[in-house]
Design a protein around this ligand. Structure first.
Ligand code: HEC
Length: 227
């Protein structure tokens, strides 16, 4: 039964391709028989119905599909995901911290991987030192030697560290950790308070070490500096 039906459908489709519109059947150059001609017209009419059904359904198909899964995020959810802090630090949240508080958090949550004083360990790279090595054959890229902004260091720690439990630090702890790492690198004093106002003012040693990339495929807004 199934086979018979699908063959029938094939024939109808063939009718659409070869013999549409019905008029084509009437002017068939040499109709082999009346039966052939009648079959042809029947197929063409059926094909017409199918076409009409598709056209009638098309406004429905034009609507965006609704699969019954998912929902629009709430404004609160969007806010909780929108955590990017740019170089100028204008998105920095309230809160503040100092190196002395950062040292306590660091020892508990970071030292296992990055070493007790940020010197690096088996599971985490060095965060301290490396000044003057960037143009050598073995550059040591750390917070102190490489990072151009202190604000994006805040962003990175807030979003990605500790490696095994990202997103678990409070804003205060992140300020304190940044203060501790900058202090270990000799960039700020031990007593300095970092917050949304003071952090963007910290000048990182490698601030001018980045230049626009002149390769056309990576693109840069400011190639003029390269000439
Ligand atoms: C389980 C091990 C682990 C722990 C714990 C951990 N880190 Fe990391 N950290 C890593 C690894 C691995 C990377 C490199 C990640 C990458 O390149 O994607 C990294 C990268 C970093 C970097 C970027 C270094 C650079 O110059 O690229 C910073 C800064 C950092 N960690 C800070 C911290 C701080 C602060 C803590 C504690 C709150 C912490 N980490 C805890 C493993 C760890």
């Amino acid at each position: 039964m199934t086979t018979f039906r699908s063959v029938g459908l094939l024939n109808v489709l063939q009718g659409v391709r070869l013999r549409w519109p019905p008029v084509a059947c009437l002017v068939m150059a040499a109709p082999s028989s009346l039966r052939d001609k009648n079959l042809c017209i029947l197929r063409a009419i059926l094909a017409g119905w199918m076409l009409a059904a598709i056209v009638a359904a098309s406004p429905l198909m034009g609507q965006s599909p609704n699969y019954g899964v998912g929902r629009s995020p709430t404004p609160e959810e969007i806010k909780s995901w929108d955590i990017s802090i740019g170089p100028d630090g204008k998105e920095l949240p309230p809160g503040e911290g100092r190196a002395i508080e950062g040292k306590e958090v660091y020892t508990r949550r970071c030292a296992d991987c990055h070493g007790s004083k940020g010197q690096g360990g088996a599971q985490g790279e060095a965060l301290v030192g490396g000044e003057g090595t960037l143009d050598s054959t073995q550059p040591v890229k750390t917070v102190g030697s490489y990072w151009p902004y202190a604000t994006t260091l805040w962003d990175y720690i807030n979003r990605a560290m500790p490696f095994d439990s990202p997103g678990s630090l409070t804003h205060k702890q992140v300020y304190a950790l940044v203060a501790y790492l900058l202090y270990l690198n000799g960039i700020i004093e031990e007593e300095e308070v970092l917050n949304a106002q003071t952090l963007p003012q910290v000048r990182m040693p490698n601030r001018e070490g980045f230049v626009p990339d002149p390769r056309p495929d990576v693109g840069t807004k400011d190639q003029s500096q390269m000439h």
